[in-house]
Design a protein around this ligand. Sequence first.
Ligand code: ADP
Ligand code: UDP
Length: 235
Amino acid sequence: MTKPLYEGKAKQVFATENPDELLVYFKDDATAFNGEKKGTIVNKGVLNNKISSFFFEMLGQAGIHHHFIKQVSDREMLVKKLAILPLEVVVRNIAAGSLAKRIGWEEGRKMPSPVVELYYKDDALGDPLINDSHIAAMGLATPEQVQNLKDSALKINEILTAYLKTKNIELIDFKLEFGTHKGQVLLGDEISPDTCRLWDTVTSQKLDKDRFRRDLGNVEDAYKEVLKRLTGEVL
Ligand code: ADP
Ligand code: UDP
């Protein structure tokens, strides 16, 4: 087995024969609270690979430029190699998680309009919240790139929110990563129950990683339910 170029908390990234392409392998490892809580979610790698592949294909059809090329196995996808911008772009429709704490709103309160936040992707610092002015001063991205990320993130939010509603899923919030490939900014990484908050529209049941973070149980079943609602596939 070849050594990964990079091993993260949830995925391994491998070089391929093509210098412009990478192979991403999805693991079952789960972490939360900046790596303090560790565990395994059985088949999470398979579920997140399938769910992410589905979302990338859907977003591509809606005109979003992304890194996804194809799903090559249950746990692997082939992607365009990006120079990842060290930013996490979070969009929020309903207050939850760290935002609910920060602004003192109860979890579940609707934001009158979607909120976009930027975090500095740095594990050692615990991914702190930053703004455009920090990004400019730190040289993390150009002002044009930041505007592009925010515009794309809001467009992706519109597409995903509308689609998920048809599957009785409310998109509460989610995190995106972007990177550059041959001068173009592309959406990268993954879109899955690890990186989104997804609530059943009728029961408000959580169908995402909060089940792991908060020890709510039935974590694997929740991820399976998302795959089933999106693609009809029963894993
Ligand atoms: P982390 O690094 O936060 O532990 P993962 O385990 O998900 O996260 O590791 C995957 C890594 O691959 C992340 O650092 C992510 O930014 C990076 N990545 C995602 N898509 C691409 C891509 N197309 N090209 C290069 N790197 C990517
Ligand atoms: N998120 C993520 N990776 C991170 C931090 C957050 O995918 O490193 C996602 C998280 O799943 C949620 C959204 O971004 O859908 C907002 O997360 P929040 O800031 O509330 O952080 P949390 O309380 O989940 O750590």
